[in-house]
Design a protein around this ligand. Structure first.
Ligand code: SAH
Length: 351
C-alpha cells in the first residue's frame, strides 16, 4: 500500500486520516500546523506527539520534501529565481519578486506543460507530471526559509497549466489559505490560465475569491489558435463568457494577460477587436513584453509601440498596466531556467 503524502492533505482530510488510524481528530490539526505554520517536515520532529504515535504515522504516512538546487540573484532588482529538486529528481522553478507592497512568489503547478503555446519555454520539453499540493506549498516555504521573510502574494504563473491540475491546485489553495496554516488571503493569490473553459466555471463555483488571469495574447481566434493550441478547443467567445460568469460569482475583476508580439498582435485591428470583446467584461489588461525564446522566431515591439498600445486601450476605457520586467538578467520567464539547466546537465552527462 502506498503511504499517504501527509503534507498534501487539507486540514479536514488530516483530521479524517487521524481518526482513520484510531487517533483523535484534533491530532490532525496539530499535524497541519506543524507542516503549514512551522515549516515542519520530519515526522520525528513532531514533539507534541509521543514516539509511539510518530512511529504509527510513519507506518501509514510520509512527508514530501523539495530541495533548493540553485538560486539565481538578479543584479538589476531583487528578483531571485530558484530551481528546486523534487524527490523523483525532476526539476521545477519558482521566482520571488520584491514589490513595494511585499514579496510576490511565482510558483509552478506541473513539471513541464502539455499546452504547447509556441512562445513558451515551459512546454518545449513536453509534459512530465502534475505537482502535488505539498510540492506547490513547499516551493513557497523553501523560498521563505531561504530568505527568512514572509511572502504576501502568490501567482500561479510558473511552469504548467494550473487548471490542467485542477484537484491538486485547489487543495493547494485551501491549504495555503487556511488560518491554521499560512493564512494567505485569497485576494492575494492569482491563478493564470491559457483558458481551460470548463474548469473556469468550476473554479467560479468553489467560492474562493482569487484573481483569475487569462492569457489572451490575441483577440482573433485564428491567430490565437496558431500560437495557443487550446484555442482549437475553446473559442475566445467561450473564454469571455466564462470570465463573465467568474466575475458574477466572485466579484473579482479579471486580469487579461497580453504578450505583445511585433506585427502579430499589436496592430490597429487587434486593438479594435480587443476593445470589442472586452467591452462588457470587468477587467484590466496586463501588457507583457515578449521574452524571446529560441524556437519562437518573433520580436517584441519597441517600447514606443507598447506605450501606444497602452494609450489607445486606455482611451477606449480599458484599464492597462505594463508588466514591469523583473530579473531580466536571470531569464526569469517561465521555464527558461529549468530548461537551460537540464540541457547543461545532460550535455555534461553525455560528454
Ligand atoms: N499556463 C498558465 C500559466 C503559466 S504562463 C497560462 O498559460 O496562463 C504565465 C504567463 O506568461 C502566461 O500569460 C504566458 O502566456 C506568459 N508567457 C509564457 N512564455 C512567455 C514569453 N516567452 N514571453 C512573454 N510571456 C510569456
Amino acid at each position: 500500500m502506498d503511504k499517504i503524502e501527509l503534507n498534501s492533505l487539507t486540514l479536514e482530510e488530516l483530521e479524517k486520516f487521524m481518526v482513520g488510524i484510531g487517533e483523535k481528530g484534533y491530532r490532525g490539526e496539530q499535524l497541519f500546523t506543524f507542516f503549514h505554520r512551522n515549516y515542519g517536515h520530519k515526522i520525528e520532529d513532531i514533539s507534541v506527539f509521543s514516539i509511539g504515535l510518530r512511529d504509527k504515522l510513519k507506518k501509514f504516512g510520509r512527508v514530501n520534501n523539495i530541495e533548493v538546487l540553485k538560486r539565481f540573484d538578479s543584479n538589476i532588482d531583487n528578483t531571485k529565481k530558484y530551481l528546486f529538486l523534487l524527490e523523483d529528481n525532476n526539476i521545477i522553478e519558482g521566482v520571488v519578486m520584491e514589490y513595494k507592497h511585499g514579496l510576490t512568489v511565482c510558483i509552478s503547478t506541473q513539471v513541464g506543460c502539455k499546452m504547447g503555446c509556441s512562445f513558451c519555454a515551459s512546454t518545449k520539453e513536453g509534459f512530465i507530471r502534475n505537482l502535488s499540493p505539498s510540492e506547490m506549498v513547499n516551493q513557497i516555504y523553501s523560498m521563505e526559509k531561504d530568505l527568512n521573510k514572509k511572502i504576501s502574494n502568490i501567482v500561479l504563473m510558473g511552469s504548467g497549466e494550473p487548471l490542467d491540475n485542477y484537484e491538486n491546485t485547489l487543495k493547494f489553495l485551501y491549504i495555503i489559505h487556511h488560518e491554521k496554516g499560512h493564512n494567505i488571503s485569497y485576494r492575494n493569490i492569482t491563478l493564470s490560465t491559457c483558458g481551460v473553459v470548463p474548469r473556469i466555471y468550476d473554479l467560479a463555483d468553489e467560492g474562493i475569491p482569487i484573481t483569475l488571469s487569462i492569457s489572451l495574447h490575441s483577440p482573433l481566434d485564428d491567430i490565437r489558435s496558431n500560437m495557443m493550441p487550446i484555442g482549437n478547443r475553446y473559442s475566445i467567445n467561450d473564454i469571455i463568457n466564462s470570465c463573465k460568469y467568474y466575475y458574477n460569482q466572485t466579484n473579482r475583476r479579471i486580469t487579461i494577460e497580453y504578450t505583445l508580439i511585433e506585427g502579430v498582435n499589436d496592430r490597429d485591428r487587434d486593438l479594435e477587436e480587443i476593445v470589442k470583446i472586452l467591452k462588457d467584461l470587468n477587467c484590466h489588461i496586463n501588457l507583457i513584453p515578449l521574452n524571446p525564446i529560441e524556437e519562437f522566431d518573433e520580436e517584441r515591439p519597441t517600447g514606443r509601440s507598447a506605450q501606444r498600445f497602452r494609450t489607445d486601450l486606455e482611451r477606449a476605457g480599458i484599464p492597462v498596466t505594463i508588466r514591469r520586467e523583473m530579473g531580466s538578467d536571470i531569464s526569469a520567464s517561465c521555464g527558461q531556467l529549468r530548461r537551460s539547466y537540464i540541457r547543461d546537465r545532460d550535455r555534461k552527462t553525455f560528454q
